[in-house]
Structures are given as C-alpha cells and as structure tokens.
Design a binder for this molecule. Structure first.
Ligand code: F6P
Length: 361
C-alpha cells in the first residue's frame, strides 16, 4: 500500500438504508480533498476483526454510487459488536472484539473511524470511542428515531415507498370495497407510518406512540361504510400495540427483537368485528431497498462531507446532526440515550386528525 500519512476508515453498520452510498461518496471526496486516504471496512464492525477486511475507496472507485441503494461495503446487524439487544436494552461489546478493533486501527494508522449507523451501531461506536478509537458517528435509519438529529437520510425514501404503495392499494381497495391493512416498518417509532400514511391518504394510522382500541377502529370502519366510503386504508406501524396489548414479536435472535405480525392481528380482529372483507399487505424490506430519493442523496452527501470535516478538525466522539436546515455535530451520547418517537400531540398528528384521519384512540 502507498505511503500515506493521513488515513481514515469508514464502515456501514446495522440495517441498510437508501442514502448510505451517498454518505460514502461525499465522505471519500471531501476526505481526499483534505489529503486523507479512506479505507472502507466490509460488513460493519466485523471488518475490523483479525487482519481487517477492507478496500481502499477513492473518488474514482466510488464514482456513480451516490444514486444506488444499499451499501457497497456490506453491513450486518448481528455479529461480535452488538450493543443493543431485545427491545433495545444496551449491553457491553465483548472486550476481545474491542481489542481487535483497536489493534486494526493501530496497525493501519487510522486517524479517524467514521461509523454510519443507527441507534444500536452508534451505541457500539460510543463504546469504541470510550476505549480510545477516534470515532465520528453518522446517523442512519429509515426509522427516523435517533435523538439529537431532526431527521436521518433513508426516512424520506422509506416514506416515498409507503406513499407509492398506498397509491396503488387505494385503487384495488376501492374496486373490491375492502379494508386494506398495510403494515410498515419503524421499529418502536411511528414516523414512517405517520408520514407515509398521511402522504398516501390513509384513513386510519396506528402508531406505537398512541395505543389503539380495536373496537374504536372497527367503529371507524363501520362509520365510513355508512357514510358511503366502502373501502378503508389502514396503515399500522410494526411496533404499534392495542390498548392492554403487546408489541408483536416475530423472532428473537442475538440482537434486537424482530417485530412483525400486527397487520395480521389488526386485520383479523377488525374483520371479526365488522364482517368486512379484509386483506393485509406487509411492505417489509421494500421500504429499505431501491434508490434513494433526491432528499436522501443530498442529505447523505452533506452528512459525508461533514464527517470528513469533523475528522479534519479532530472533533471525535461527535455525531453529524441535522437541525434547523443546518448540518452540525452533537456528542454521540446525546443521540443514543433515548429514542426519538412521535409526540402524540405533534403538529403533524394534529393536522392528520384535522383532515379526518383516525388513530384508533
Ligand atoms: O431499523 C430499520 C429496520 O428496517 C426496522 O424498521 C425493522 O424493524 C428492522 O430494521 C428489520 O430488520 P431486519 O432487516 O433484520 O429484518
């Protein structure tokens, strides 16, 4: 490898998300401008283990990736560096994994390590920073649930996917006079359901932050029928729960719970109460795949450029953050101490109610 005096590393960790490649493209270009070579580690933190698995990223090798979905580096939300388990409880990354990451950093002479990740990955990043690795965090998640940043790239693309799906589902629901229940992602936050549901003209939106009453949801469906609207589009966030009910968990692995199943439950219970023909559609990973929207390409690029600036300025332990139209920085700790969920009295929820959308409460 060439004799480089300044070198940084970057990795993408956790669930993939449209806009990750835009961050990489922005980072590599800005870092090269500051005289840094960038090493891209494969499969998240796992690439730091042993001899290290990485490739040199250059402005030439990353040409044209900005508009691609996924991540050219690969990623994982499992492995040796998991720092959030079950419903989001923090845990310590084993010291053997942290020691290997430190050794890789020392051997390659990394002057900074940029970690692009969500809540769980940034919790790992904070532990590596506390262990002495110069970390810069970049917030990533379609769920939009990170505190200390008003939005994350990926959210707009996921919302656009839900909107397009609802536009399609409207026509078939109307033709058959059915209730269509659409389950969307978001983990413990209802941002995707709220924004996607509003933009796609949902009649009922159920989110984790507002416990719903199945009888009231059924009443809304019946009322719509009586008022001459025989089809209903209901969007339910995967983490939503009925009053006195629990989140629907599909699988429990080594990391966080895998949510899923609330769509089927709601469809079954409302069909039982209304005798209405009902279908369920789980959008799943469609929301994470595909090319990023223009908003996410620009936000991702700006985040990558800011991360390079933070490395140059030596502002480690910081995370890139978006507030009031500005890209700035906050301590990583500020972003991971709690999830940013939908305030039940937020102006968006109020506007949704004002146009007649029911939250089932
Ligand atoms: O955090 C992003 C997210 O897409 C969540 O909305 C969803 O619950 C989860 O990841 C799905 O993870 P996996 O790709 O492991 O199924």
């Amino acid at each position: 490898m060439a004799d480089i005096r300044k070198r940084i590393g970057v990795l993408t960790s956790g669930g993939d998300c449209p806009g990750l490649n835009a961050v990489l493209s922005g980072l590599v270009r800005a870092a090269a401008g500051f005289g840094y070579e960038t090493l891209g580690f494969h499969e998240g933190f796992e690439g730091l283990l042993g001899e290290g698995r990485f490739e040199v990223l250059t402005p030439e090798s990353t040409q044209g990736i900005m508009q691609q979905g996924g991540t050219i580096l690969g990623t994982t939300n499992k492995g040796h560096f998991v720092a959030k388990v079950r419903g989001g409880t923090s845990t310590r990354v084993p010291s053997s994994a942290i020691e290997q990451a430190i050794a890789t950093r020392d051997r390659l002479g990394l002057q900074g390590l940029v970690v692009i990740g969500g809540d769980g990955s940034l919790t790992t990043a904070q532990q590596l920073w506390e262990a002495g690795i110069p970390i810069i965090g970049v917030p990533k998640t379609i769920d939009n649930d990170l505190d200390a940043t008003s939005t994350t790239f990926g959210f707009d693309s996921a919302t656009a996917c839900v909107t397009e799906a609802l536009d399609r589902l409207h026509t078939t629901a109307r033709s058959h006079k059915r209730l269509l229940v659409v389950e969307v992602m978001g983990r413990h936050a209802g941002w995707i359901a709220l924004h996607g549901g509003m933009a796609g003209g949902a009649d009922i939106i159920l989110i984790p932050e507002i416990a719903f009453d199945l009888d009231k949801v059924a009443r809304t469906v019946r009322k719509r029928d009586a008022e001459g609207h025989p089809s209903t589009l209901l969007v339910v966030a995967e983490g939503a729960k009925p009053r006195d009910g629990k989140e629907q968990v599909q699988a429990k692995g080594s990391g966080e719970y895998k949510l899923g199943g609330i769509g089927e439950l709601v469809a079954r219970e409302i069909a039982r109460r209304t005798h209405k023909e009902t279908r369920t559609c789980v959008l799943g990973h469609l929301q994470r795949g595909g090319a990023p929207t223009a908003v996410d390409r620009i936000l991702g690029t700006r985040f990558g450029v800011k991360a390079a600036e933070l490395v140059k300025e030596g502002q480690f332990g910081q995370m890139v953050s978006y507030q009031n139209e500005e890209v700035g920085a906050v301590p990583i700790l500020a972003a991971i101490h709690r999830l940013r969920t939908v305030p039940p009295l937020s102006p968006v929820v109020k506007a949704a109610r004002a146009v007649g959308i029911s939250f089932g409460d």
